[in-house]
Write a protein that binds this ligand. Sequence first.
Ligand SMILES: Cc1cc2nc3c(=O)[nH]c(=O)nc-3n(C[C@H](O)[C@H](O)[C@H](O)COP(=O)(O)OP(=O)(O)OC[C@H]3O[C@@H](n4cnc5c(N)ncnc54)[C@H](O)[C@@H]3O)c2cc1C
Length: 385
Amino acid sequence: MKEYDVIVIGCGASGSIASIFASKKYQKILIIDKNSKPLKKLLVTGNGRCNLTNINVNSGFYNQDIDSYLSKFPVSKTLNFFKSIGLETYFDEEGRVYPITNSAKSVVDVLYNAMNKNKIEVTLDEEVIDILQKDNKYLIKTTKNEYFSQKVIIASGGKTLIDIISKFNIKIRKCSPSLVSLKTESTKNLSGTRLSPVVVKAINSQGQEKQECGEILFKDSGISGICIFNISTIFSRINEFKGSLCLDLLPNLSHEELYNLLIERKKLDVKVNKFFEGLFVNSIAYEILNKLKINENKSSLKLTDNELKSMIEIIKNFKFNVLDCYDNNQVFSGGVKLSELTENLEAKNTKGLYFCGEICDVDGECGGFNLQWAWTSGFIVGNNI
Ligand SMILES: Cc1cc2nc3c(=O)[nH]c(=O)nc-3n(C[C@H](O)[C@H](O)[C@H](O)COP(=O)(O)OP(=O)(O)OC[C@H]3O[C@@H](n4cnc5c(N)ncnc54)[C@H](O)[C@@H]3O)c2cc1C
């Protein structure tokens, strides 16, 4: 049976960086991954461009205060690290950092080259199915082999391995999909409609509120878009996708400005069913009319003040009930509680067992924040193991 100094479970973002830093101290490191390719998920991040971090990172973008971790490996160190392994980067107006090639493959390539250079062994198509403690060592059972290791880094992402981790009496916050499209009552008539900018206000079943501004895209029975992904955290973090969304369809106009605009538009002298043409795309105009319940053949000239006010109410508070989420989540909220781990992310009650990346109970918003946690936590584990 092969024996290693360190075994890393998961050749993703956090596992790769953890192994690179661990290799400065340890000779025999093995990464095990069930995928057929290393760093496979990284390829699809940022729509294939890999938004690897964000220059504005701080705890406010996460589900909890992680400043003490971020200070150990902040964005500046992340960028220096990537530069040191050959990756050139740039950031956009929202602080999102991308490889200069705009290709996630470049991030994968430089990480994989660094792993090879540091003689880190990688075995693929091999799933870890159990971890046992034996004689002060760990026995890792996979679908193909059994290995011994002094130390183990669990960097398996998402919610896999949760059952195995629970066996070590390590407390886990229930995992829930996050950064995900939301299911609502049918939006079939709006399906395919893209709106930007829209302000979305969400309220979850505990009465907590969250507001985001950006682009949204209607699906058959739900809403998607980065703005909705960020909004979804208010539901995922309490493990319940129930509540409401309230859309301001014209956020750049105050109530008064919108009122004045509608007064102006009355003079168009068109039937009510044509009143919103030129202001909204047809699908939205149709939905507003549906909610209005004004005789559609009435002339705009005859619209009353109350009718204009009800139009404003609908445009500024376009409501949907949240019923569930889709399964296109970018991350999971939940995982191993940080209170179960030392500041170096080693299990307090199980020496030699470390955690990094998404398996920890840290989830961020869209914009490079989740990968920054992967780099930060991977560094902390790799550097301190
Ligand atoms: C479509 C999409 C786009 C995204 N875009 C961005 C973005 O632009 N910016 C950003 O910051 N974040 C983005 N994310 C989130 C980001 O990808 C994750 O936060 C990050 O990959 C987590 O890193 P990790 O190392 O914890 O896990 P992963 O990168 O998921 O790696 C875990 C690895 O463990 C392996 N594994 C799991 N279980 C086992 C097992 N039992 N045995 C062996 N191997 C196992 C998996 O195969 C996987 O390779 C995106 C996610 C998705 C899905």
